[in-house]
Design a binder for this molecule. Structure first.
Ligand code: CS2
Ligand code: MG
Length: 402
């Protein structure tokens, strides 16, 4: 069996998506997501110029060998561009293998460890009152877990507050939008939000919050402590994690559960965090961390230390990543939760999929493979549009972490 053809499909049904389609000489094909928000074309070139030529003629059944070939064989290891490209190949090959086996991907991985996948939604509002209303809407839709992000008094353009209620989207057409940040205002405000949310919605709903890399370890420790009375499911990306050791300080000061990893690319980015039990949830996902093959390795390491998975699932991860993630979540023994930001109807039409939401849970469906396809005619209607994520500055103009 041979890989006969591989192609990159770029489409922009409201936002950009990069998809790799691998076709075999036996008529079976598979797809993988390679979208890297704001840097899409770098992965397109990496795939088209450097990866696809090496794939043609290879046996698609040899998933592990192809993974090692692309990872070790490049000599230049890791990084978001390389690992997103490898992820796309890996996801497409698992899709092909599961289709050949006539199984849903979760069966090939080892079978279902659970019946359904707990997800959290992203509720956001311009101020406290709007955010409370947004959370109420998610509760009404049946969500059991909700991440609350709110505008902060005296600050414009806070992370997580966006255009659209159900379809939060931070990337904007044109050059990066400049936003402002003020940590003291944020630290004072957030506990008042969760105080209100607990008062209004009680203890049963799981509440989450994303600090989006903006705090120092000490500030993150302060926030973790001040949120303890509200029993959060997790505090996400409390501080940047290039230095994994930074989480030790937060950990020593608070019992608020910590989650990190949406920007990680390999097991090496989270090895110390996991082995030292400095986090509770690892947020690496299929597209960012080298596909199913590598994500499984991370989850296995995490399971030794009672760290559970909580994969990133924002709108810039295409339905292909969502489908593959749900099969992974259905199998992985140490599953925690899955992020689920809904895609627009235009995106859903480009990527017909077997997964469905019901009463706070996602179900992967029982289609063979990962259950997500691409309608190329539909995709062709939406040409690529350059777009960037915003940047953030402190009030004195200093560049900060967006
Ligand atoms: O947890 C999340 O969903 C995020 O932090 C994202 O919204 C993130 O900002 C985007 O995926 C960036 O592309
Ligand atoms: Mg996040």
């Amino acid at each position: 069996m041979k890989i006969e053809r591989a192609r990159v499909i770029v489409t922009c049904p409201g936002r950009n998506f990069v998809t790799l389609k691998i076709e075999t000489d036996q008529g079976v094909s598979g797809i993988g997501d390679a979208t890297l928000n704001g840097r899409e074309k770098a992965v397109v070139a990496y795939l088209e110029d450097h990866v696809i030529p090496c794939l043609i003629g290879k046996d698609p059944r040899r998933i592990e060998d192809i993974w090692q070939y692309l990872y070790r064989g490049a000599y230049w290891r890791r990084g978001p561009v390389t690992m997103s490209a490898i992820a796309a190949v890996d996801t497409a090959l698992w899709d092909i293998k599961a289709k050949m086996a006539n199984m849903p991907l979760y069966d090939l991985l080892g079978g279902q460890s659970r019946d359904r996948v707990l997800v959290y939604g992203h509720a956001n509002g311009a101020d406290l009152a709007e955010t409370v209303d947004a959370v109420a809407r998610y509760v009404d839709m049946g969500y059991k877990a909700i991440r609350a992000q709110s505008g902060v008094p005296g600050m414009k353009d806070v992370y997580g507050v966006g255009r659209g209620k159900l379809f939060y989207e931070p990337a904007g057409v044109g050059l990066p939008q400049e936003t402002q940040w003020n940590t003291p205002k944020y630290l004072r405000f957030v506990p008042t939000l969760f105080d209100k949310l607990r008062e209004k919605f009680g203890l049963d709903v799981q509440l989450l919050h994303d600090a989006h890399h903006r705090l120092t370890p000490n500030e993150a420790a302060q926030l973790g402590k001040s949120l303890e009375p509200y029993g959060l499911f997790w505090l996400e990306d409390a501080t940047p994690a290039e230095n994994q050791e930074a989480f030790r300080l937060i950990r020593q000061h608070t019992t608020t559960p910590l989650a990190v990893g949406e920007i990680f690319n390999t097991i090496w980015d989270c090895k110390d965090l996991i082995q030292n039990q400095l986090i509770d949830y690892i947020r690496t996902t299929v597209v960012r961390a080298g596909g199913i093959t590598h994500l499984r390795r991370i989850a296995d390491l995490a399971s030794l230390y009672q760290v559970r998975t909580g994969s990133h699932g924002a709108t810039d991860l295409s339905p292909v990543t969502m489908g593959a993630a749900l099969h992974f979540d259905t199998w992985v023994p140490n599953f925690g939760i899955q992020e689920y930001m809904r895609h627009s109807p235009e995106t859903d039409a480009v990527f017909p999929h077997a997964y469905r939401f019901e009463d706070g849970y996602l179900y992967p469906g029982d289609a063979v493979g990962h259950g997500v396809d691409i309608d190329e005619k539909e995709a062709a209607k939406y040409p690529y549009e350059p777009a960037y994520l915003p940047v953030a500055r402190l009030e004195d103009g200093t560049m900060w972490n967006w």
